[in-house]
Design a protein around this ligand. Structure first.
Ligand code: F0G
Length: 368
């Protein structure tokens, strides 16, 4: 290499080009880790905050609306934020196997991080109710998958019991390290907006994520990193809305299988977040979820999974209550590729099939 080239390399390297270290390294001082903690990372976090004008137009009131696209994490969902922490701490404690109940995303994330750490991963899933992409991931990551004749709530009861009896670490959101990792999404939002938003709209299943965000917003606010705290707006699917109706749902049903949960374990934390933040819980129908899902896809080029679209569907449903000039963030928890069946069955695309391979025919078809 010539001297000029060497000098150019030395002085032209921009500091912004430093690689993202993963969320544990980035937010180490805010997390319960020490020099002894082996950091198991896939460089999760640092997901984009994207302005969505198609939603702003539908709300009016000059609101600025962003989506936090957490479906761009390494396994395609926000679970990776919690899993890097849960698995790093499990490794630190010498654990050799982890277990979880899952509607799909937790199992994919747990499997990826556990295998990376050299551990066994057992996942219990409700047979027939896990989206194909999530199942494909758990298989490829080498999880040991147990599909039960029962729903998520029964699966969670079983893994909690097994965790008490055997030396297997539970990595559902009852594991406190999960919420610690997930709170970093709130830090990223404040770091980028330089303050908290007025509303945070978020889907709720087991209600760990809303609790984690609230934790993050409060911690950063206390440290002077934000001037305000957001109102926490949680949304559930109408057929699966125990937090909205204030009672357990025995047989939850929704197209948004990720949040098909009738008895959320983090219920009291979520209710507290709502109370402290003067927020609100509301349900959205499957039709409203799919409408939001399609607006994001067709008008914004953002493909999220149905459960994630519940946050935007909820915002649209509450649009009359949006304060003037407010800033709103909707959390898109999972990637649309997770659930290809939902995408294929719920879109308004023109899809011409069985067309002869002739340019004339195709020009006619596309109207030229
Ligand atoms: N969005 C997606 C895409 C999810 O996978 C989940 C939960 C939620 C929202 C709700 O988050 O439970 O913290 O309120 N999925 C879990 C799983 C239950 O097993 O993957 P929460």
């Amino acid at each position: 290499m010539s001297l000029t080239q060497k000098l150019r390399d030395k002085f032209m390297r921009s500091p912004e080009m430093e690689p993202w270290p993963g969320l544990i390294e980035k937010y180490r001082q805010w997390l319960p880790v020490s020099g002894k903690t082996p950091v198991i990372t896939l460089k999760e976090g640092c997901t984009p905050l994207i302005r969505v004008k198609s939603i702003e137009r539908r709300i009016k009131n000059h609101a600025k609306v962003y989506v936090k696209y957490d479906g761009l994490n390494p396994t395609g969902s926000f679970k990776d934020r919690g899993m890097t922490m849960a698995i790093s701490k499990a490794k630190e404690e010498g654990c050799e196997a982890v277990i979880c109940a899952s509607t799909g995303n937790t199992s994919a994330s747990a499997a990826a991080y556990a295998k990376r750490a050299g551990m066994r991963a057992f996942v219990l899933i409700p047979d027939g109710y896990v989206a194909q992409g999530k199942l494909a991931q758990a298989l490829v990551y080498g999880a040991e998958i147990i599909a039960i004749r029962g729903n998520f709530d029964s699966a969670l009861d079983i893994v909690r019991e097994l965790n008490k009896k055997y030396p297997i670490t539970l990595v559902n959101s009852v594991n406190p390290f999960r919420l610690q990792g997930q709170k970093t999404a709130a830090f990223e939002i404040i770091d980028e907006l330089t303050d908290a938003p007025d509303w945070l709209c978020i889907p709720m299943g087991n209600a760990g994520n809303i609790s984690a965000y609230w934790l993050g917003f409060k911690e950063y606010n206390k440290a002077g990193k934000s001037k305000k705290l957001p109102r926490m707006m949680g949304f559930q699917a109408s057929g699966s809305a125990p937090l909205v109706y204030g009672k357990k749902i025995e047989n939850p049903e929704t197209i948004a299988t990720a949040i098909r949960i009738g008895n959320p374990v983090n219920q009291s934390k979520a209710i507290n977040a709502k109370k402290e933040s003067k927020g609100g819980f509301l349900d959205v129908t499957d039709e409203e979820i799919i409408k939001a899902y399609n607006i994001l896809g067709c008008e914004e080029g953002i493909f999220c999974e149905p459960a994630s679209a519940a946050s935007v569907a909820g915002l649209l449903k509450r649009s009359n209550e949006v304060p003037q000039n407010s800033t709103i963030v909707c959390v898109l928890t999972g990637n649309g590729l997770k659930d290809p069946d939902c995408a294929i069955n719920n879109n308004s695309a023109k899809f011409y099939k069985d067309i002869p391979a002739e340019s004339k025919k195709i020009s006619e078809l596309i109207g030229y």
